[in-house]
Design a protein around this ligand. Structure first.
Ligand code: PMP
Length: 445
């Protein structure tokens, strides 16, 4: 069984685990400063757990084990207090009204935009549009950019791995514009087949829509390389970061993504808030997809002038408290050493793989070398829904079903699987409880 020590060792070997000290002193060993050569402090999940009240409740008489982070994450008290504080004392609509509270709410909202821009490595807050979440962001791009830029005979490349939110909006706009949605197949281990991807790219390709981390297999594809290749064909690339943002640092400019989308609720923030990043030249050319207040310069029955982006794409009153919560969540998460968090999660994933390997009849689906801490599996002789119900009786929350990724499961001849999705606040002991409960289920017949 893996101990926390071996976790740390696995973490050190993990992809993305870089040692800043080693980087700083590459090639030299200053004997006068041995403390600088020590490894960076490892991340301890307790540092995050103590902030998250929901993790301390019990379910069905057992301490909760929350392994459904792919569906949504729990919220640290910093987020809960920020939202409560906004409604308790700061509540006002924004961008209008010449009073103090409107000004304060506007400042908080725009501070949230600036924080998201920094979080994603965008050049300016003006490149960030607030939306309800990933789904709305993809639909916004499909309906605004897509309608203007797609036409008959154009291809939209979508890996089979994608969440339905990154498939169906493209099917809708393809139908309207007579473009085609072209699936990019998977290899048996759950990686995108890059040869097939290269084959399918052509001058007809207008867009590649791919996720930076799969919600069902955990696969992390080589997004920067795939984007560079797409750009050789002058195709645009939309990156779905819904599952990535909570797990490792993102830099939209290093990826050279044209669009990047994510949901706050998978990032320890409230539901109903998320963001779209787009390159400024693309945003500037995007027509409104919804009309209403907040997105106009002036309105008359003869002529309506729109506000500049990003406001042009944010019709109506937004989720102001959600932005306040998102700002608190980003501040909370970035308060940790994110490389250390990624290394910790990689070690935790390795621990989970070893623990689940000891469960008779358990098959993990997919085995991509680069992945986030998500494990989908089947258990011989048991329906995934029955597995989830059994685990729930032990206080362990996992998801069972198609995970809104039916084509990815169909690739394995499945229509349903169990999924354990881990976050920085999960521990090896929780993973051991999962494995022990599954072993008991197998023994019970
Ligand atoms: N893409 C991926 C990869 C996801 O995991 C999810 C949520 N499971 C979505 C898109 C959709 O996110 P939301 O429901 O928050 O819009």
């Amino acid at each position: 069984m893996t101990t926390p020590d071996s976790l740390a060792a696995a973490a050190a070997k993990a992809p993305g685990a870089t040692d800043p000290t080693a980087r700083q002193f590459a090639g030299e060993r200053p004997a006068f400063a041995p403390e600088l050569l020590a490894p960076p402090p490892a991340f301890a999940p307790e540092a995050a757990r103590r902030d998250v009240p929901a993790l301390h409740r019990s379910v069905n008489g057992q301490p909760l084990v929350w392994l459904d982070n792919g569906a949504t994450t729990h919220k640290p008290r910093q987020v809960i207090e920020a939202v409560a504080g906004f409604y308790g004392a700061g509540n006002s609509n924004i961008h209008r009204g010449a009073h103090t509270m409107a000004r304060e709410a506007t400042e908080a909202y725009e501070a949230g935009r600036a924080a998201v821009a920094r979080f994603l490595g965008a050049a300016s807050p003006d490149e960030i549009v607030f939306v309800r979440g990933t789904t709305e962001a993809v639909n916004l791009v499909a309906q605004s950019w897509g309608r203007a830029n797609l036409g008959p005979g154009d291809d939209i490349l979508v890996p089979v791995l994608e969440h339905h939110s990154n498939i169906v909006p493209w099917q809708l706009v393809a139908k309207e514009t007579r473009a085609r949605v072209v699936p990019v197949p998977l290899r048996p281990d759950g990686q995108i087949d890059l040869d097939a991807y290269a084959d399918r790219l052509s001058v007809r390709t207008r867009l590649v829509a791919l996720s930076q981390a799969s919600n069902v297999l955990g696969t992390v594809p080589p997004v920067a390389e795939m984007t560079a290749l797409a750009h050789r064909y002058r195709a645009r690339v939309l990156v779905d970061g819904a599952q990535a943002v909570a797990h490792f640092p993102v830099d939209v400019r290093a990826l050279d993504a044209d669009f990047y989308v994510f949901s706050g609720h998978k990032l320890f923030a409230p539901t109903g808030i998320g963001a779209l990043y787009a390159k400024p030249e693309l945003l500037a050319a995007m027509a409104p997809w919804q009309g209403g207040g907040n997105m106009i310069e002036s309105v008359s029955f003869d002529r309506t002038d729109y506000a500049p982006v990003p406001h042009r794409l944010e019709a109506g009153t937004g989720h102001i408290a959600g932005v306040v919560g998102l700002l608190a969540a980003v501040t909370w998460l970035t308060g940790f050493d994110r490389e250390a968090v990624a290394a910790y999660e990689a070690g935790l994933l390795e621990h989970a793989r070893q623990a689940l390997a000891g469960v008779p009849g358990l098959d993990v689906i997919g085995d991509a070398p680069e992945r986030i801490a998500v494990l989908a599996f089947t258990l011989a002789g048991h329906d995934p829904a029955a597995v989830a119900a059994w685990l729930d009786r032990d206080g362990i929350a996992v998801r069972a079903g198609h995970h809104c990724a039916q084509p990815a499961l169909a690739h394995y001849g499945l229509d349903s699987a169990v999924r354990a999705s881990l976050a920085l606040y999960n521990t090896p002991e929780e993973v051991d409880r999962l494995a022990a409960s599954l072993r008991r289920m197998q023994r019970s017949g």
